[in-house]
Design a protein around this ligand. Structure first.
Ligand code: XMP
Length: 427
């Protein structure tokens, strides 16, 4: 017990500024979630029933990211959700109404209210001028944020995430024990099957995944894992692992660390997975997906510098227009519900909806709450795209691969973290 390990979290470290050969706007943030699936924006949405169904997945893939459809529904319904994404048009603008640039903002909002559109493209004499979003009931006018979207489309130029037939790509969550679900999702066209268990480093779960992986053609992301040994064991026993989903109990709605006392914070889990992959000569060949606790582009950049290719987020997308949760008004403000998949509410839905799933544990390991409503998920992507470019610019890394080798993290003291955030003013 004398050599207790120290597990670092996002707040324990900062990015060390390095000599940058490029301007932030020139940083290339494209990355891979599996060897064959690349993303213009390295952010994917969590398979959670208050985060990702087809609407979120369609929007994210159109904008160059990816959604992973949750599995808290019967397998037939999950397969239908996958096929809805595959059938959707890949163009982000195809279903968005167009408004001439000389229309008054108020008139544009009335038009959007009447048509139910959440966003409209503004067309000027020279074509695309920007995007206007319908104001949130409490949020005032948002047209200023069109600037952020314009930035997204002018500097990052994200390509939609599409397959070789030009169809949108989509991920779907699976249990290692439900081969039938995996087969059905595979047939429906899921591009990547993302294993969705809290602790994959378990003999039964690994054997089940080893069998399942031989039954499907879609690529498989294995997780969640937190330790080097966990990664080595999974890779030695399961063929065709195309990605690793890592992080245990860092999620904003996770209570595993509290209830069960077990955790590997996402930053540490990424470092552990990288160590395992480097030992096997596979770092950069099998992407690491940092999952849980990512609050902003700075956290995402820290995960990437530690060795991740992509980050997965639940809370960052839960409050958006495209999440499946309803809007709720509390005291004049608008919120959306967000809950852990091992929370009481989510578990009750699972056992009611799917007679094949059985509770493996009796305790709840997630909480239920509300997050502020924040408009379209496109804004989240815009924030992450430009924020990641800025962060990697500071790190002196013109690309994600460069971030792995050139990027450096340094520890700050628990007291010092206050100083590197806004402090000592009233906001
Ligand atoms: P964020 O911080 O993005 O985290 O909201 C989302 C991730 O949290 C995980 N997750 C859970 N972990 N109990 C847990 O311990 C839960 O009920 C739960 N539900 C989701 C999951 O990895 C997700 O991507």
């Amino acid at each position: 017990m004398n050599d207790l390990k120290e597990f670092l979290t996002f707040d324990d470290v900062v990015i060390v500024p390095g000599a940058s050969p490029v301007e932030p706007g020139e940083v290339n943030i494209s990355s891979n979630i599996t060897p064959s699936i690349s993303l213009s924006i390295p952010v994917i949405s969590s398979p959670m029933d208050t985060v990702t169904e087809h609407r979120m997945a369609i929007l994210l893939a159109r904008a160059g990211a990816l959604g992973v459809i949750h599995r808290n529904m019967p397998r037939e319904e999950q397969a239908r959700q996958v096929s809805l994404v595959k059938k959707a048009s890949p163009s982000i603008w195809s279903e968005v109404p167009r408004i001439p640039a000389d229309v008054e903002v108020a008139a544009a909002f009335i038009f959007m209210d009447e048509t139910g559109a959440g966003a409209a493209v503004i067309l000027g004499p020279n074509g695309f001028e920007g995007v206007i979003l319908r104001p949130g009931v409490d949020a005032g006018y948002w047209y200023g944020k069109a600037e952020a979207l314009r930035l997204l489309y002018s500097t990052v130029k994200p390509l939609p995430t599409i397959d070789s037939d030009g169809l949108l790509r989509v991920g779907a969550a699976i249990s290692p024990f439900d081969v039938e679900r995996a087969r059905m999702l595979d047939r429906a066209g899921a591009d990547v099957l993302v294993v969705d268990v809290a602790h994959l480093h378990n003999a039964n779960a690994i054997s089940a995944l080893a069998r399942l992986s031989k039954e499907v053609s879609a690529e498989i992301v294995a997780g969640n894992l937190g330790t080097k040994e966990g990664v080595l064991d999974v890779l030695s026993r399961v063929e065709n692992v195309a990605g690793l989903r890592v992080g245990i109990s860092s999620g904003s709605i996770c209570s595993t660390g509290e209830v069960a006392g077990a955790a590997v914070p996402t930053l540490t889990a990424v470092m552990n997975a990288r160590e395992a992959l480097e030992e096997l000569g596979l770092h950069g060949k099998i992407p690491i997906i940092a999952d849980g606790g990512v609050r902003n582009p700075g956290d995402a950049a820290k995960a990437i510098i530690a060795g991740a290719s992509v980050v997965m987020g639940g809370r960052i997308f839960a409050g958006t227009e495209e999440s499946p949760a309803p809007k709720i008004r509390v005291g004049g403000k608008v919120y959306k519900p967000y809950r852990g998949m091992a929370s009481r509410g989510a578990m009750e839905r699972r056992f009611a909806a799917d007679r094949y799933s059985k509770p493996s544990k009796a305790i709840e390991e997630g909480v239920e709450g509300l997050v502020p409503y924040r408009g379209s998920a496109l804004e989240v992507l815009a924030e992450f795209a430009s924020g990641l470019q800025a962060a990697l610019g500071y790190a002196g890394a013109p690309s994600i691969r460069d971030a792995w080798t050139k990027g450096r993290l340094a520890r700050v003291s628990a007291v010092g973290i206050r100083e590197v955030r806004p402090h000592d003013i009233m906001t």
